[in-house]
Design a protein. Structure first.
Length: 184
């Protein structure tokens, strides 16, 4: 029987550069699959339904939870985020490696259900750089940035149970490190 694909979890505070590093990783390894999450937050300019997220209502999200459609879910800064279970399992059974870019509460739920999942935490060089990146991205209002920084401090303080920690100083170097972890 074909080996099951690897399940790779990438977490880390908002603004650490998860999306940017993942894009570089996909450029290098185009065969990697990425899970598209569902969320109740509003789309940012340029974000598309079914590509960046499935943008659904609170009610729809709770119906999915009740049906058991979610591999994991969490509330992050007042919105629901979750991973649809079917796609992940489908891809793994086909032997494809799949990446989940999710926050730590969800990551821990996945690790419980799938102990073979690889957990990677992406860190910024320091908290000031994180704030500068988050503000520089320009996608959130000032109060939302402040809430995300508070959340980031908690996530970093609790990241001790991650198997791998990668500092995103440069995108190239962080992607190198993640590539090595995945290929091992
Ligand atoms: P996340 O997905 O973790 O929230 P993003 O990938 O959106 O973070 O990155 C946040 C901002 O920081 C973006 O504007 C991105 O261009 C920038 N950024 C990401 N990685 C780096 C890096 N290594 N050096 C400088 N800027 C970066
Ligand atoms: P953003 O609003 O910046 O896209 O994402 C906010 C946070 O939610 C990030 O930490 C991101 O990794 C996380 N996130 C995105 N999708 C999921 C998901 O499906 N499940 C969980 N638990 N977190 C997610």
């Amino acid at each position: 029987m074909m080996n099951k694909g690897k399940l790779i979890i990438i977490s880390g505070p908002s603004g650490a550069g998860k999306g940017t590093v993942l894009a570089e990783l996909l450029r290098r390894k185009p065969q990697l699959k990425v899970s598209v999450s569902a969320t109740t937050r509003a789309p940012r300019p340029g974000e598309e339904h079914g590509i960046h997220y499935y943008f659904i209502t609170h009610k729809e999200f709770e119906e999915k939870i009740a049906r058991g459609d979610m591999l994991e879910y969490a509330t992050y800064c007042d919105n629901y985020y979750g991973t649809p279970a079917d796609y992940v399992e489908e891809q793994r059974l086909k032997g494809n490696d799949i990446v989940l870019e999710i926050e730590p509460c969800g990551a821990r739920q996945v690790k419980k259900k799938c102990p073979d999942a690889m957990m990677i935490f992406i860190l910024p060089p320091n908290i000031d750089v994180l704030e500068a990146r988050l503000r520089g991205r320009g996608t959130e209002t000032s109060p939302v940035v402040a809430a995300r920084i508070e959340q980031a401090k908690k996530e970093i303080a609790n990241s001790g149970d991650y198997e791998y920690t990668v500092i995103n100083d440069t995108v190239e170097r962080a992607a190198d490190e993640i590539e090595k972890i995945i290929n091992q």
